[in-house]
Design a protein around this ligand. Structure first.
Ligand code: CA
Length: 427
């Protein structure tokens, strides 16, 4: 039978945060910034738990890490410490716990709606991959109709180094960037982007890192993953088209990246694992260092949705329109392969570093993870307000959601990754 919590909102079938999830985040409440976990519509404040002696049986370094104002120290401790903490927190929230214990736990709860979420970690480095073959093929076709997929794609998890300083937490406004663009047959010009897009991605927060000069074997990869979140890699397509050759994306991507505030632990996702991506016949087998030791559990069945509202839709209280649905299991490269490949040259990953999967798209219409890919439909997106879109206008708001479920288990959600476009600064 599935576990239940005495925090009744955690037992609501529609919640993202049942007791089986327990994602980590950083929040500000009453002027204090603390680490907590989400449970139903509440946050369990770890700093308060530590002050009330509720974590006393855990090692001192875990209690100290739980009292910090970012998750980096907890990320550095590794899977055994995370598991012990998770067991302890589960115990505190289980409905079988005696009433006298609940009093102290209850006084450590903060209503989620009254808290302001912060970035979960100090993100030292951010790397973005390109792990969806459906995305790579569809975008490749726009640029190279006869040769959409470059010859390295099925051998190398392709990525680029992104910008960590402009990562913002869900709910932050995103200012339309200005940059250099070139329209065919015209001279290059500088001005606000006219092709602003989103990219639906999953983020991987690094736990314990690896020393410089050493790699991470794929069998060990998950011991280095603290958890997953949602990422919106906002992209200015007109700037990208002009600048991307020969060194890849630069200012078209570095103006803003939004992350969801809750990090879902790998342990919570464990029951929802599925087989790795099934490479079609004729595709090369990954090189040895990228070969998944347990292909039956190499993927995660995570459904991902994109919703949009325009200013006009919100003014008339029109519900958000769903633009697409994708699934993490459709990625050509698994999250373990991305992490192992990143460290394979001896590059040191550090606690709190963020890796993102790249746009997650499926094979069919309706599963495109960005607006650029929807171009192949041959018609603009029609909003319920009667407006149309090829790319984002000022005032448009994009929200990602994700959830996973399995037979006999409650659904686990990721919360929201939301951002609204505001007008470019005028010169
Ligand atoms: Ca991307």
């Amino acid at each position: 039978m599935a576990l239940k919590s005495w925090v009744t909102s955690a037992n609501d079938p529609s919640t993202d945060f049942p007791i089986q999830n327990l994602p980590y985040g950083v929040f500000t409440f009453a002027g204090q910034t603390h680490i907590g976990i989400a449970i139903g519509d509440q946050i369990l404040d770890f700093h308060a738990c530590a002050s009330h002696g509720l974590l006393a049986e855990l090692p001192k370094e875990t209690v100290a890490a739980c009292s910090a104002a970012s998750l980096n120290a907890l990320m550095a401790l590794g899977p055994e410490a995370w598991s012990a903490l998770r067991r302890k927190v589960t115990h505190l929230l289980l409905d079988s716990e005696p009433e006298q214990l609940r009093g102290r736990v209850r006084s450590s709860l903060v209503p989620m709606r009254e808290a302001v979420m912060q970035l979960p970690a100090q993100i030292g480095n951010y790397t973005d991959f390109y792990a969806s073959i459906h995305h790579a093929t569809r975008v490749g076709k726009l640029f190279r109709p006869d040769n959409p997929l470059l010859p390295n794609y099925k051998y190398v998890p392709i990525g680029y180094h992104g910008r960590a300083s402009s990562i913002v937490v869900s709910g932050s406004d995103v200012r339309r960037p200005s940059g250099q663009t070139k329209v065919t047959d015209q001279e290059p010009a500088f001005g606000p982007s006219r092709s602003l897009d989103y990219e639906l991605e999953v983020g991987i927060f690094v736990g314990p890192g690896n020393p410089l000069g050493q790699s991470i074997p794929i069998a060990q990869a998950e011991n280095h993953i603290f958890g997953l979140c949602l990422v919106n890699d906002w992209s200015a397509r007109d700037m990208q088209a002009w600048e991307y050759q020969p060194l890849g994306p630069f200012l078209a991507k570095s103006f803003a990246t939004t992350v969801s505030p809750w990090i879902i632990p790998m342990e919570a996702l464990s029951p929802y694992r599925v087989a790795s991506f099934n490479r079609p016949d004729g595709d090369p087998t990954p090189l040895g260092y990228l070969r998944c030791p347990d292909p039956d559990r190499g993927g995660i069945d995570l459904s991902l949705e994109v919703f949009m509202t325009s200013q006009q839709m919100r003014a008339s209280a029109t519900p958000a329109m769903r633009l697409s649905v994708g699934n993490l299991r459709d990625l050509y490269w698994s999250i373990d392969q991305l992490l192992t490949h990143h460290a394979s040259n001896g590059c040191n990953l550090r606690p709190g570093d963020l890796l993102a999967t790249g746009t997650i798209s499926g094979p069919d219409e309706g599963s495109e993870g960005c607006m650029l890919e929807m171009k192949h439909r041959g018609k603009p997106i029609c909003l319920p307000s009667g407006e149309t879109r090829t790319f984002l206008e000022d005032g448009d708001e994009i929200t990602f959601r994700a959830c996973t479920s399995a037979k006999g288990l409650p659904r686990i959600g990721f919360g929201e990754c939301k951002g609204r476009i505001v007008a470019a600064l005028t010169a």
